[in-house]
Design a protein around this ligand. Sequence first.
Ligand SMILES: *Cc1c(COP(=O)(O)O)cnc(C)c1O
Length: 231
Amino acid sequence: MAEDTLSQRWERVRAGVAAACRQAGRDPSEVTILPVSKTHPVDVIEQALALGLQRLGENRVQEIRDKAAALPDRGIEWVVIGHLQTNKAKYVAQLAREVQSLDRLDLAEALQRRLDMEQRELDVLVQVKTSPEPSKYGLPPEDLLDFLEKIREFPCLHVRGLMTMAIQSDDETPVRACFRMLRELRDRAQAAGHDLPRLSMGMSGDFALAIDEGSTEVRIGTAIFGTRAAG
Ligand SMILES: *Cc1c(COP(=O)(O)O)cnc(C)c1O
């Protein structure tokens, strides 16, 4: 099979997301695609920019620093989706448009402090651990309401919703259960007075299930950019 171009893969992902929306009885305009460019080099990012993709998900701060330095003034909105060490808060405050992996109070405190110094503000999603796998990060579900109350005190952080990574499984039932848990947690938090319109859930392998369970944003790497090198 011939290598697909980035443009073909992007169109196919858009069509797949639109089809999943129709299948779920939802309007495709309700679901945003976040292209995840992690591990892919600067020339691939250039191609993405040429397609009009400017909001890009990355999971390592050092990689954002390198790419941002190589692509200055291009209007890229870097979205942090990976586990964040507190000592990286400075660079996140300088470079990121948004963090989807906020999962603990000391990180929120570090971001607030650095954002205040930079006189910047940040949209954040709270990452919740909906899967029992030890490899998955996220706030324990039972801590969510308390956490949301606490970060109300941080004026530079604007919580817009929740994010999760589902369990990795070929069986659809436990994957769906992760997505459903996130939506139900969101509904409960909204009932408690928190405005959380966004649910970031679903990746290349499971976005149709996530959309069926109410996702408003799917984070797609492999299906757009191709397979990542191991390691
Ligand atoms: C890498 C990554 C993705 C994209 O995964 P694909 O399976 O390549 O689509 C989505 N979300 C997070 C948090 C990731 O780290």
